[in-house]
Ligand binder design. Sequence first.
Ligand code: CP
Length: 312
Amino acid sequence: MNNIRHLLEPQDFSVKELGSLLELADSIVNAPEKYAEKCKGKILASLFYEPSTRTKFSFDAAMLRLGGQVIGFSDPNTSSTAKGETVADSAKTVSQYADIIVVRHPKEGTARLMSKHADCPVINAGDGGHQHPTQTLTDLLTIMHYKKRLTDLTIGVCGDLMFGRTIHSLVSCLSRFSNVKFVFISPDELKMPTYIKDSLNKLGISYYETDNLEHAIPDLDILYMSRVQRERFINEEEYMRLKDFFILTRDKLDTAKKDMIVMHPLPRVNEIATDVDDDPRAVYFNQVKFGMYVRMALILSLLRLDERSVLS
Ligand code: CP
């Protein structure tokens, strides 16, 4: 394939390309049966070097619902990784069999490395504590569904802002839309990385940092909760000390706007009490389903199988 496009971080797509992708995803939501044969004869390779429920199954389901097929592993020890094969060689090899590769890896930058060696599009399904661009596509489709816009929003992101790759991708992406303001809600030890704050400062984007969730809630259009990323901690005691720093309970929503939405990339550990699930503002399980539809749109776009795609 000439001019192969990858998705390694949200900035790989222009705002216009993101718009067309979301429009395509919306069309799929409304009439999925029209897309049931679009990937007939195509194969997606799903290479998961780290655990996953949503990302892996939503990509698998997306390809199957498009009429394609899926190969891959969710335990790298069943592959030649266990014999010492490099990810570069694995990418080159797998791209001889598959039309598109989805990779999750604990090491930051692995998807980018694979994209340099693969002969097909590579999608980053999460690289260490760095980026998770398809979660961001999921989040954008969810926000469009509930708020009808990606501009003029005040978004509180709460939890582990240091290691939360979904949050890094979302904040970087939304910083390109007008009049989006951020509230970074975290314990001191898990604050947003400086490189992200620097880029917001350069763009003149408004944000403030706090460790007080209750204080922040009344102003928010979106509250984006996240878990403390246990797997990124070197010190287990530190994780145990911080893991329950924020717990969103139903009573804390009393001061929230009536149309605020609560999002979460999931998995949830303890940071949202289960009695919040019944609140109409809690949209995190619907968010999961949008993830499958937007990944269907992404596969079609990267494989250039839909005329709506404007990927150059
Ligand atoms: N949101 C997300 O990435 O979930 P998984 O780790 O289950 O894929």
